[in-house]
Design a protein. Structure first.
Ligand SMILES: [Zn+2]
Length: 538
């Protein structure tokens, strides 16, 4: 007797095997049988009508932790078939926090968090935060990384100086505690303060804590443009020295003059793997990135935090230095304006200046009274928005993105925040569309990959990267995280102009054996588990 059976499906098991026609029986949240079930009894039976049944999609890179307490169903993710998310990426996790710097961290991350879903930030440890998430409920399974930036903020705020021995010991303790409390590894974001203030040596020393756990190091590298190759080599070096698996986050090439580098970096990763270094990457299926508007400023402008940055932008001398640094074509930091140009940077959300949303910086500068000096005008516009805005930056080559998506070493990720249409704004379309967009473009339309191989990159491959042995495949004994979809109609509908659109063709989503989405409608809203590393992942 099963709790639920799904009959008459093309079953893609997630490993890359070709599909088989059959039935799946579910009991107590887990897959109990994968075969023809004939007349075996079941409390509820669903006729799949020959549609595709896959393990639920696993997203290794997103920022869902920032809004999960206010938006526990995580609508934009769950509705596109995501059943497990690894969050806390780019060095900026919601935990750990410290009493001394809680407000600094909150102020810094608030551009990413719509006011309607802002939480009280009353926790300190990683374990406390995950407990809060668990008690509040989640729409699908959540696992977390501890962020290097957050750990450093907890210890020394936005102080750019190298960490002392004492500070280093405290940071290592915070990381060790987080890992003991279930964190799946460490993330870093080396273009964002305080990651941008952190030397490779300091980073490696912190990452050495991961060795004893064999846990993952996942990094938004120092450069995805002019210094991309060097950054990939530095990341591999961390894997070599610390003997840990490393993941290159949202691997991409930004800036036209850098296009073409991805073939080389993926080759470097293949060679490192032959040497025994466990390096992989993840990629999202869009040619624009998205982040906070303050990432357009040079690191020194952000020393001490965003409030100080705003002060600097009004101080004539500091303002001049910032302008010169942005205008310098050979700057030694990730200079998006230089790499992409004002015309390729689009304002997504701006609570202070909603009328700026959906317009490029070029358009805003052209409409500014001080447009004769575009850099001056840009800084004024930044101040208009109180440095509190998110942007999309169009800097990648479509063919190169597809090459990255199809490469055997890449998983596919959203890099998105939790969203719901009610929250408004103009989030990046990846928020709602990533997985259907990937399957449509890379498998169903172009046939660059077979559907079974494309599904492997969003199920068993990401599961194996974080050691989830009972998710990401359809097999007896695994959790019943499943997506039933129609390969004929599956497609993303979210666009830059109209991003709050759920995809088409996702017929049903199950999380831990419970139906959470049925024919495009949300059902049970809190079927997810909080996953903790080394604790059975239940
Ligand atoms: Zn990132």
């Amino acid at each position: 007797m099963y709790d639920l059976t799904i009959r008459n499906a093309w079953i893609y098991d997630g490993t890359g095997n070709p599909p088989i026609r059959g039935d799946v029986g579910i009991r107590e949240g887990k897959i109990d049988a994968v075969r023809h079930l004939g007349k075996e009894e079941s409390s509820k039976s669903i006729d799949a009508g020959g549609l595709a049944l896959s393990p639920g999609f696993i997203d290794l890179h997103n920022h869902l932790d920032m809004a999960v307490l206010g938006l526990p169903f995580m609508d934009s993710h769950t509705m596109q078939g995501v059943t497990t998310s690894l969050t806390g990426n780019c060095g900026l996790s919601m935990a750990p926090l410290s009493d001394a710097t809680r407000d600094l961290a909150r102020k810094y991350l608030s551009p990413f968090i719509p006011a309607a879903v802002m939480s009280d930030w009353r926790w300190n440890s990683f374990g406390d935060f995950m407990k809060r998430v668990e008690n509040n409920g989640v729409g699908h399974n959540i696992a977390g990384l501890a962020g290097q930036g957050s750990i450093r903020i907890a210890v020394k705020g936005f102080d750019p100086s190298p960490s002392t021995g004492e500070e280093m010991r405290t940071m290592k303790t915070l990381l060790r505690n987080s890992l003991d409390e279930g964190a799946f590894g460490l993330s870093s974001g080396l273009i964002y303060p305080p990651g941008s203030f952190t030397s490779d040596r300091e980073l490696e020393e912190l990452a050495s804590v991961l060795t004893e756990y064999g846990a993952l190091y996942s990094t938004h590298m120092r450069s995805e443009g002019s210094m991309l190759t060097e950054s990939v080599e530095a990341t591999i070096e961390v894997g070599r020295k610390c003997r840990i698996p490393v993941e290159i986050s949202h691997h991409k090439v930004t800036g036209r003059c850098n296009w073409g580098k991805l073939h080389r970096t993926l080759r470097i990763m293949e060679l490192a793997r032959e040497e025994g270094i466990d390096v992989c990457c993840d990629v999202y299926p869009y040619t624009a990135g998205s982040t906070t508007i303050s990432a357009l400023l040079p690191p020194f402008a952000l020393e001490g935090g965003v409030e100080l940055a705003k002060k600097r932008l009004t101080d004539p001398e500091a303002r001049e230095r910032i302008k010169l640094s942005i205008q310098n074509p050979r700057s030694d930091w990730e200079n998006f304006i230089n790499d992409m140009g004002f015309e390729n940077i689009l304002i997504c959300s701006s609570p202070e200046k909603p009328e700026y949303q959906g317009r490029t910086l070029k358009e805003l500068i052209d409409g500014h009274p001080g447009k004769d000096d575009p850099y001056e005008a840009f800084i004024d516009i930044l101040l208009d928005m109180q440095c509190d805005a998110t942007m999309a930056m169009f800097g990648m080559d479509e063919e190169e993105v597809e090459y990255g998506l199809a490469h055997p070493l890449s998983s596919v990720i959203t890099d998105a925040w939790a969203m719901s249409p009610a929250l408004g704004g103009r989030p990046h379309p990846r928020t709602y569309g990533t997985f259907p967009a990937f399957l449509r473009r890379i498998a169903l339309d172009s046939r660059r990959l077979s559907l079974e191989n494309a599904l492997r990159k969003i199920t068993s491959l990401p599961a194996s990267r974080i050691g989830l042995s009972d998710r990401g495949v359809i097999k007896k004994g695994c959790w019943a995280d499943l997506v039933l979809f129609d390969p004929k109609t599956l497609r993303d509908k979210a666009t830059y102009a109209d991003p709050h659109r759920y995809p088409e063709g996702i017929e049903m989503v199950l999380v831990n054996g419970r139906v959470v989405v049925e024919r495009g409608e949300a059902r049970e809203t809190k079927a997810g588990h909080v996953l903790r590393r080394g604790q059975g992942n239940g």
